[in-house]
Design a protein around this ligand. Sequence first.
Ligand code: CUA
Length: 336
Amino acid sequence: MKALSARGRRLLLGGLLGVFSILGAACGGDAGPQDFLSPEGPVAERADGLWDLTFAIAAIIFVIVEGVLVYTLVRFRRRAGRPAAQFHGNTKVEVVLTLIPTLILAGLAVPTVKAIADLAEEPQNALNVKVVARQFWWEYEYDNGLITANEMHVPTGQPVFLTLEGQDVIHSFWIPKLTGKQDVVPGRVNHMQFEADRPGEYWGQCTEYCGLSHANMRLRVIAHEPAEFDRWMEDQQEPAAASVSGRAAEGEEIFMQNCITCHAIQGTDAKGRSAPDLTHFASRGTFAGAMFENNTENLKAWIDNPEAVKPGALMPDYGLSSDEIDAVVAYLQSLE
Ligand code: CUA
């Protein structure tokens, strides 16, 4: 095959770039549960509006600048008997080209700073939730004292005002569809807010590298219609199952011998605060930083060897026998 000329190679490269740009754009659309370009609720929509504005201005500038560039390259290129034109050191042009971007950026700063200031304020009638980040899971404490983990339930149509506190290293809280990112820093108190318009499950993620299982530090926000949220809250405030029997009772005994230094179960002797509160564990869809679906198989694997399924997890392997693990799983599944 004949080798391509320099011109042919350039055309081929340009063509390929064009094709890949179009293919890349196909990744857009509804890109999945953590797509921040399909915002839900007023807070995310406000941020998205700023993005749209910035993108539109940038797109216009791109077209103008590239248009002038291409025109100049063609119009003033070297030709037979004439060198390429050179422009350099034109003070007037340089002042204008510095002023225009300065004015554009100053103009963009106005709505941006206003949005940041507005969203920093605690909204009226907000549901207050304290978020504590730990390697590698999230604790939520509602202002009525209810503590839960990883899955945050909220009502629709009401602002949620978060107070974020770190316990070990820096994490960052992010629910892409609902709100922006906010770092969670030990020794500092940060705030953020969001509001879900529609019931549903919103996925989130720790977004500051925090150790081996940073990628496994996930979260869920589950939004309910207000009446349903109230029902959820009532159920959660009940103590855990008062009496368990059979395998679950055996599991409870093993749990109380091994797990209560770290875990709490309201209404029992388990009062540990360094690991997730498991009071209504069976009502959760996921566990261990919202990483695993809450089912028998996953629970067994997790208790058997946490490190094997979630690197760096602080939950120890207590060397329980398979029979003991079955009993503990039965107990956990009784905590509805
Ligand atoms: Cu927590 Cu990354």
